[in-house]
Design a binder for this molecule. Structure first.
Ligand SMILES: [Zn+2]
Length: 88
C-alpha cells in the first residue's frame, strides 16, 4: 500500500523535464512523461529503429540521423533547463 502511494505521488511529474501535468506511459519505461517529452522519446525510438533498418538495407541514414540529433538536443535542452531550475 505504501508503495502504491509513493508511485502515485511520483507519477505526477514528468520523468524527464520534471514538469507537472498530464503524463503518459511509454512501453518498457518505468517512468511517465509529459506529452512533449513522450512525443520526443517516441520519436527517438522510432528514428533509432529506422536508422537501424536503413543501415541494414545499405541506405543513407543522413536525414534520419540529423532528425535524431535535433530531437535529442531538444530533449537535452529541456532536461538541462529543468536541472537549472532545481539548482536555484
Ligand atoms: Zn516532460
Amino acid at each position: 500500500m505504501n508503495d502504491m502511494y509513493i508511485k502515485r505521488a511520483v507519477a505526477k511529474r514528468c520523468g524527464l523535464c520534471g514538469c507537472v501535468g498530464d503524463l503518459f506511459e511509454l512501453p518498457g519505461v518505468p517512468e511517465k512523461f509529459c506529452s512533449e517529452c513522450s512525443a520526443d522519446l517516441a520519436m527517438v525510438a522510432q528514428l533509432s529503429t529506422e536508422i537501424g533498418a536503413a543501415t541494414k538495407a545499405g541506405r543513407s541514414t543522413d536525414a534520419l540521423a540529423s532528425e535524431l540529433s535535433q530531437t535529442s538536443r531538444r530533449i537535452l535542452e529541456r532536461t538541462q533547463s529543468a536541472g537549472l531550475r532545481d539548482r536555484d
